[in-house]
Design a protein around this ligand. Structure first.
Ligand code: SF4
Ligand code: SF4
Length: 240
């Protein structure tokens, strides 16, 4: 008897489960379609903005990009997907500036983590949702993202030229002033010499007097030695 009731119980549970499944199936029949008629609708379908298909270097309408070749994206990429070639150029004011030469991106190793985009300090990168990137060889997945011809360095404005000229002139004037001050200091040094020479001359006179006043030969010899020493010092200074 027990087995008959269990049989009907499980039969009822099976029917309930079947009805639930049919409900799901039936609701899908009346919902809007979510599949796409690709590739027939490739010209009309709007891909979600957040979809990441391939990294791009953003160009403005004048063909300029904002990459300053800082290398941050290359450093933060966990897969070594990005490689930058850079070069140094001279700007109009004579300064050295690092510039992007070639921006390489390997689509085959990118995991679309977005770290490069979010860390770029100039918002030079963005992900395109152009997903049709199928190629026949891996080599073709290596892309050069700076594809437009490089723009020339901007020419200086008249104001910038005038400012640079004024700075140059100020530097020259400062250098001249420093040189004049140095020369004046060097010219002042000999003025101190007479004072020294006067002292030595007085010392000579005193030593001569001591020689003359010497009472004994020993005192005379000692005074003479002192006099010779002073005269030798004076000669060494070129004052005699
Ligand atoms: S982080 Fe941005 S600015 Fe720096 S090298 Fe990469 S793309 Fe260029
Ligand atoms: S999205 Fe991630 S993996 Fe791809 S290039 Fe940027 S940092 Fe590297």
């Amino acid at each position: 008897m027990g087995s008959v009731s269990e049989y009907f119980k499980s039969l009822g549970a099976g029917v309930v489960s079947l009805v639930k499944g049919l409900q799901v199936t039936g609701s899908e029949l009346v919902k809007g379609k979510i599949t796409e008629y690709y590739p027939e609708d490739r010209n009309t379908y709007k891909w979600p903005e957040r979809f990441r298909a391939i990294l791009t270097l953003v160009y403005d309408k004048d063909g300029n990009h904002k990459c300053i070749a800082c290398g941050t994206c290359e450093r933060v990429c966990p897969n070594g997907t990005i490689h930058l070639d850079t070069k140094m150029v001279e700007t109009w004011d004579g300064k050295k500036k690092k510039k992007l030469d070639k921006y390489f991106y390997d689509l085959g190793t990118c995991t679309f983590c977005d770290l490069c985009v979010t860390n770029c300090p100039t918002d030079a990168l963005a992900f395109s949702n152009d997903f049709e990137q199928a190629v026949f060889t891996r080599e073709k997945l290596l892309k050069k993202l700076n594809y437009l011809p490089e723009k020339e360095e901007p020419k200086p404005t008249p104001e910038q030229i005038a400012k640079l000229q004024a700075e140059k002139e100020a530097k020259i004037a400062a250098a001249k002033a420093a040189a004049a001050a140095k020369a004046a200091a060097a010219g002042a040094a000999p003025a101190a010499a007479p004072a020294v020479n006067d002292k030595l001359a007085a010392a000579i006179e005193k030593a001569k007097q001591a020689v003359a006043d010497a009472a004994t030969p020993e005192e005379k010899a000692a005074a003479q030695a002192k006099l010779d020493k002073i005269e030798a010092a004076l000669k060494a200074k070129g004052a005699m």
